[in-house]
Design a protein around this ligand. Sequence first.
Ligand code: DC
Length: 223
Amino acid sequence: MISIAIDGPAGAGKSSLARAAARELGFCYVDTGALYRTIALHLLRQQVDVEQCADWDAVLKDLKVSIGFVDGTQHVYLNGEDVSELIRTPEVSMMASASSAKPPVRAFLLEMQRQLSREQNVLMDGRDIGTVVLPDATVKIFLTASPQVRAKRRYQELIEKGQQVSYEDVYNDLIQRDYQDSHREIAPLKPAEDSAIVDTSDLSLEDSLALLLKTIRERMDRA
Ligand code: DC
């Protein structure tokens, strides 16, 4: 099986670019952030204080996270409920970032992600795909952009969805998430040593996709 790992910070355009690249290459697109978000939604609903939690086994015991594809689009299920839309809020983003620093939460999802890569050719995006989840991935990409550009893109995305947010809040949340994601002890966000860095700060979505596909194809030819 061929696997393509795409890691990078929040708002680098990962999900839209990864989805489009996967479609172009005929690979199954797996958005691992959605899995962490699904757990985060569960934790919010259960009102779990992640910093104080002493019994993760109990919290995760009855939790079932699954993934399905509807017309080629990934949907995520929390104990059977389709929560694909509910996980796209700033509150869930922050909780996903905080809870994903906890080793039991990462362990809960690790095997599931690896299993997906054994079943089909995947293009998987996240924070630790090239470093931890699929260290032998065929191609590893680190997709990034400046914090200002990423915040602007995320802000526009949320506004288009009708959410009431300010640019300042989106920017501050993003900086906090960057810090949390890259400073946690377990599986921190960082480029894998053998990854290609793709910076989309000055590129349109179309040009970013072209650069991403070119980089992936070059690396696949070399593999
Ligand atoms: O990609 P995203 O914004 O949907 O991810 C939400 C959070 O989940 C992110 O802040 C960190 C965490 N995450 C992670 O720790 N590891 C991954 N492979 C994917 C996401």
